[in-house]
Ligand binder design. Structure first.
Ligand code: GLN
Length: 537
């Protein structure tokens, strides 16, 4: 049986519970303890797959094809291990399970209620990853903020687990905000006291209080928080603003969060922390030798969370190449043939982002054309790859009005078409081509140079594909289809020769990039951009 740590949030959202949970897991992992992290979200959507990125940012996809909250991306990037469907649970999924059981008659005539039926299902799922024996510690991040009506059943489930398990098998870490009032020149502890009181009223008492703060917490403040929130002073942890999220594990280590947790959970077998690779990465990240500018062409650029994994992949790949990657956001809706030179001036590489729907599509196609003609390193992901195919069809093959049937169902040249198995699907949730699929790579291609292997596996999230009826026309005109799904023949990678770096991938390599294993396509793209920047000098 594993031990359980619950992470709750108080005062306000956006304090970075996911980063604190991931940092704690990283520190435990560094001490030889196997930890996993799961996220429980209070909303009614069964998963975030049907959510617009403007709602909760990017939809992250796991190996086994679950569409999940973006915090799972942080968990994977920090721990360098995969998460699964079981690592993200929403209120919607809980209710769906309970209601399906009710319809099947499994409650034998009983009234089905929030307590105990919903809370029992929450508890079952909270414990699930811990009973397999794979993990020493399961960390559960509870989405939302203490006091929200919708997170009450989750908090009640935590209370019951705390009551049922031996004291040394469960603990609660509460993340809160200590605001600094400039006018009074004072850090204020009252909001934290209130949120801990609210948590205690529901029967859950935190063992550790992690305080987000812009100013250092002195001993007096720590003592005050400890006294009024009823925890030991050593269990009041300062979480100062960090220059990068990847520094947070080290900040938490300085505050001895790992040792406090090990003591509370009575874990006695652990090693000295092994963070060599992590520190090498951080060192490179903090001391880049030069700066390059990458254009991110997308339509959700006002909201950076919409491209979370891509931005993090740039950070990993930048560190690997010892350059600082400055991402220049270019709104695809603003790009026109007249202003493209000006819009993309000064860039060392172009990434055309994933996405859905018609908005900003023509701008993306114009950007691809610019990169192709100006020998500017180009990298298209999913929709970005599809746009590269359309651009080639229109401007090289001369197929006027070629398009994806997603944007133009009546296009005369559907070079991107709906996948056969998608045509029968009517429901939207969880029905795309999702998760990891193998891809076979041709030798003597850019893709082979990048991966150094003929057999790779990458994660997917799409409904449309390269239309193989046009395969020969594309190949004859010089486009290389260097990666193909071995079972279906689905084109996964396209590239152009006679160009320093032009690649489009139907999959999402950003979902597998971690601190310790940056995604190879990103690493090579940044390398190409670095070389491009050097030739400009
Ligand atoms: N909308 C495109 C498709 O469904 C691309 C999806 C994506 O970029 N993730 O195929």
């Amino acid at each position: 049986m594993a031990k359980y740590i619950f992470v709750t949030g108080g005062v306000t959202s956006s304090l970075g519970k996911g980063i604190i949970a991931a940092s704690l897991a990283k520190l435990l992992q560094a001490r030889g303890i196997s930890a996993t992290i799961q996220k429980f979200d209070p909303y009614i959507n069964v998963d975030p797959g049907t959510l617009n990125p403007y709602e909760h940012g990017e939809c992250y996809v796991t190996e086994d094809g679950a569409e999940t909250d973006l915090d799972l991306g942080h968990y994977e990037r920090f721990l360098n291990t995969s998460t699964t469907q079981a690592n993200n649970v929403t209120t919607g999924r809980i209710y769906q399970t309970v209601i399906n059981k009710e319809r099947a008659g499994e409650f034998l005539g009983k009234t089905v209620q929030v307590v105990p039926h919903i809370t029992d299902e929450i508890k079952r799922r909270m414990m699930l990853l811990g009973v397999e024996g794979k993990f020493d510690v399961v960390i559960t991040e509870i989405g939302g903020t203490v006091g929200d009506i919708e997170s009450l059943p989750f908090v009640e489930a935590v209370r019951q687990i705390q009551w049922e398990l031996p004291e040394e098998d469960v603990m609660v870490v509460h993340l809160t905000l200590i605001p600094y009032l400039k006018a009074a020149k004072e850090l204020k502890t009252q909001p934290t006291q209130h949120s801990v009181r609210m948590l205690s009223e529901t029967g859950v008492h935190p063992d550790v209080i992690v305080c987000r703060t812009e100013e250092p917490l002195n001993d007096d403040i720590k003592r005050k928080i400890a006294l009024f929130c009823n925890v030991k002073q050593e269990s009041v942890i300062e979480a100062a603003d960090a220059s990068t999220i990847y520094e947070v594990p080290l900040l938490m280590q300085k505050e001895k969060l790992d040792l406090i947790v090990l003591k509370k959970l009575n874990i006695t077998k652990f090693t000295e922390p092994e963070l060599t690779k992590w520190n090498v990465f951080l060192d490179k990240l903090k001391h880049p030798k030069s700066t390059i500018h990458i254009g991110l062409i997308g339509k959700y650029i006002e909201l950076q969370d919409a491209y979370k994994s891509i931005l993090e992949s740039f950070i990993h790949a930048g560190a690997m190449n010892e350059v600082k990657v400055k991402v220049v956001n270019v709104h695809s809706e603003n790009i026109t043939p007249q202003n493209v030179n000006e819009q993309l001036a000064g860039l060392d590489g172009l990434l055309v982002a994933p996405g859905f729907g018609n908005r900003g599509i023509e701008g993306k196609i114009i950007a691809v054309k610019y990169a192709r003609e100006h020998q500017l390193p180009f990298f298209g992901i999913c929709l970005g790859m599809q746009m590269a195919v359309i651009e080639f069809a229109r401007n090289i093959l001369g197929l006027k009005d070629a398009h994806s049937v997603e944007m133009d169902p009546n296009t005369p040249y559907p070079v991107i078409d709906m996948m056969e198995e998608q045509k029968r699907i009517t429901m939207m949730g969880g029905t795309m081509r999702l998760g990891a699929y193998p891809c076979h790579i041709e030798k003597d291609t850019l893709a082979y140079q990048i991966y150094g292997s003929q057999n790779i596996s990458e994660r997917h999230r799409h409904r449309y594909e390269f239309n193989n009826e046009y395969l020969k026309a594309f190949q004859d005109a010089g486009m290389i289809t260097s990666g193909v799904n071995p079972a279906t023949g689905l084109v996964e990678i396209i590239e152009l020769p006679n160009h320093p770096f032009f690649i489009g991938v139907q999959y999402h390599p950003e979902l597998k990039s971690t601190v310790e294993a940056p995604a190879p396509v990103f690493v090579h793209f940044i390398d190409a951009a670095k070389k491009y920047a050097q030739t400009k000098k």
